[in-house]
Write a new protein. Sequence first.
Length: 135
Amino acid sequence: CKAPKEELNGIFDGKITFTKDSILIGNETYALENIQQITIHNNDYVGKKLYEQHEFETKGNSQGVDNQVILDLGSREFVEADFKQFSLTEFLKMKKILISYHKAEKLSFDDLVYILKLEYDIDKNELRKQINKRS
């Protein structure tokens, strides 16, 4: 017997595309030069175990849709988009682009570590080397 899936509210359509020079959300393109800051919350993924009150595991698994990209365009203008993620390490595929966002001062080093899910000092030090090597 399978546990019921969590109910999805709202509509998930379109794509989010990250390039070195811009971020495309749906049909809107946001040039990197017009973005003050990028925030990415990416802790949810398909199949993640669900917990009640952060303690007791439920029988269900997440559908991976509790993730968000927020673009700060300045002057109190923000663009927010939710997205589905299939694995916790999905953003590792975009490491070079994320490093370029960091170098453009759109992501802090701590944000970069959070997005890439780097836990160990050795991995963080390797990331620092990669950033400095590409300078």
